[in-house]
Design a protein around this ligand. Sequence first.
Ligand SMILES: Nc1ncnc2c1ncn2[C@@H]1O[C@H](COP(=O)(O)OP(=O)(O)O)[C@@H](O)[C@H]1O
Ligand SMILES: [Mg+2]
Length: 427
Amino acid sequence: MSSPTARWPDTVRCVDPVRNPYAPGAGQRPPELAGRGRELDVFDIVLERIARGRPERSLMLTGLRGVGKTVLLNTLRSQAINRLWGSGKIEARPDQSLRRPVAAALHMAVRELAPRHRAPDRIDAFLGVLKAFAMRAAPTGRGGAAPKLRDRWQPGIDVPASSGRADSGDIEIDLVELLTDAAAVASDVGTGVAIFIDEMQDLGPEDVSALCAACHELSQIGAPLIVVGAGLPHLPAVLSAAKSYSERLFRYQRIDRLDRIAADQALCAPAEREEVEYEPKALDLLYEKSGGYPYFVQAYGKATWDHAPRSPITAADVRVAAPEAEAELAVGFFGSRFERATPAEREYMRAMATLSLVEAEAGGTIRDDMDAAVPTAEIARALGRKPASLSPARDALIKKGLIYSGERGTVAFTVPHFGRYLRTQPA
Ligand SMILES: Nc1ncnc2c1ncn2[C@@H]1O[C@H](COP(=O)(O)OP(=O)(O)O)[C@@H](O)[C@H]1O
Ligand SMILES: [Mg+2]
């Protein structure tokens, strides 16, 4: 990095808060998507191969909260759109069936393809199948309950629902038929269909199973359709629990914190566009604070910019701004999640937080911001309880997406630095 003072020897550049480029927030597009070049390149090749009928696996992005899975997923979607693919996006939610969101996503995808299609009746035929699929609730509703009133939902498709395809009520059969037809429409215009599924670990087991089966079937017939998922680190376990062959079906990409070069780029590239620079010591300190986690990079970057009176931004500016960044993270990133937990679940997480530091130290990691996975048996011992009596709390925390079980018999936080946050909270 060139010396900032060499560039502006006489003038003092103000750092204008109005022009603050950083964007901390879930799914917020960063001013610079740093360190993801490899993932973008891989996806370009995947799209090209699928469009040419070559075999390719669907992609699954996994990682902790705040590492940038959602923004990467959105960027991959833009890549697909740029190649004139039809695309749609779903955010999975616990206890929500896949049927309707998938119908909405495919509706979107086919609408993108329709203007380039030469046979409008083919589009209408697909929309008829899509409507039948969407309106076909599971025979008795999910979980055996009678379908609720809101389940009698009508998709905004003004073509009559057809019958006999994708409307059996068995999600696995229906999904295979629907996706096959969607891919055929895309094939007609020489591209493909890409479906993006965020928070994929929240899909129900039946839906996961159906989706795996559909991906398997479509890849065998070389249909131009890809599913790109994003989820927490235990997503591979969720998928392989549904279908043992899922490991071969998907290509997993671990999305992790940014290395030093990428983190500096995430801060410096947007600043440079505003003619603002950082002193190297400021960048050292920012990396130490953020640990390279993209959410934290944005949060500390934003607070520092707001406090810095002039360019170049100094380490002293970072030090003054850090408490504000931490206060905002405590409320918006950590606190909002902690509040979802019941008292029993909070107690469980506090025990985890204490133990994760011990585990980290035992594993040779001495930094307070590294949270190691913790054996559940240790948590039970620390709380003086029988392991089985803690299962409900553990399962609820997994369902709420606060912890995950990467390896059997252990749990870890899905939120980076969460252990440290909890250790600073009064009991
Ligand atoms: N590659 C990146 N470079 C810089 N900032 C990023 C990058 N990826 C994500 N961010 C920022 O990190 C934050 C979290 O991103 P998000 O996609 O919501 O993470 P996740 O979905 O993994 O929880 C957002 O503020 C976003 O702007
Ligand atoms: Mg996300």
